[in-house]
Design a protein around this ligand. Structure first.
Ligand code: KIV
Ligand code: NA
Length: 265
């Protein structure tokens, strides 16, 4: 088996095929998704909220991203693994972006990187693509800007919609191979999708995008508390794991575990 490449992703758009992307932050979970045939796995900086216990994605470091990206690469055989550039790892400029993206490619083995912003990240996108690193762009709600943007639907005014469309085209022109559209109105996401020859990957962006991405802990029902309305829960891992832990505890306190078959003499 060979890995999915950005060329396969481009071909899927030509064929009009829709495809799924999931996040993963560790080798074992990534291997489950790889075996399930998920073609693209994102080591998102959502690891901040969903794996490392931070309140936002903002504190995530390059060390954390490199460590967990390497684990996801080791856990997969077929998926294209995309590593997120965390906040502060590319905003200083293209040279900083290239240095950190190179780390994810060389030390972790990712096949592509993702960064937030259209126009504002153009020099970074151009240099990375020139250097041979495939870039996925991320527009609409960009969680690394939570302190200025908050968490709300983006592109609702005519002006904001126009800006999103021009950001998407700019990312495409700079050489990005795909664009994530987060939390934008479905009609706008569909318009962006029709306007680009590279695929759009929606999250909270309606059914008109080329691909769909979900954060795996939300999708599998592991996340505690409130999950966003755009998420669909396909399992309830929080309940399943909690039940398993409670059953183990009960077996230990009641003496039912270990039984004879778990015991050496
Ligand atoms: O970090 C992440 O999980 C993401 C996806 C939501 C696109 O950026
Ligand atoms: Na992210």
């Amino acid at each position: 088996t060979r890995r999915i490449t950005v060329h396969d992703i481009a071909a899927a758009k030509v064929r009009g095929e829709k495809w799924p992307m999931l996040t993963a932050y560790d080798a074992m979970t990534a291997s489950v998704f790889d075996e399930a045939g998920i073609p693209v796995i994102l080591v998102g900086d959502s690891m901040g909220n969903c794996h490392l216990g931070y309140d936002t994605t903002v504190p995530v470091t390059m060390d954390e991203m490199t460590l967990l990206s390497a684990a996801v690469v080791r856990g997969t055989k077929r998926a294209l693994v995309v590593g997120d550039l965390p906040f502060g790892s590319y905003q200083e400029g293209p040279v900083q972006a290239l240095r950190n993206a190179t780390r994810l490619v060389k030390d972790a083995g990712v096949g592509a990187i993702k960064l937030e912003g259209g126009e504002r990240s153009l020099p970074q996108t151009e240099l990375l693509v020139q250097a041979g690193i495939p870039v996925m762009s991320h527009l609409g709600l960009t969680p690394q800007s939570v302190n200025t943007m908050g968490y709300r639907v983006q592109g609702r005014s005519d002006e904001a919609a126009h800006r999103l469309l021009s950001d998407a085209k700019a990312a495409q022109d700079a050489g990005a191979f795909a664009v994530v559209l987060e939390l934008v109105p479905a009609e706008l996401a569909a318009e962006v999708t029709r306007s680009l020859h590279i695929p759009t990957i929606g999250i909270g962006a309606g059914a008109g995008t080329d691909a769909q991405v979900l954060v795996w802990t939300d999708m599998a029902g592991l996340t505690g508390g409130k999950v966003p309305r755009f998420t669909k829960q396909y399992a309830n891992l929080r309940e399943t794991l909690g039940d398993a832990a409670r059953a183990f505890a009960e077996d230990v306190s009641g003496g039912a575990f270990p039984a004879e078959e778990h015991t050496f003499h």
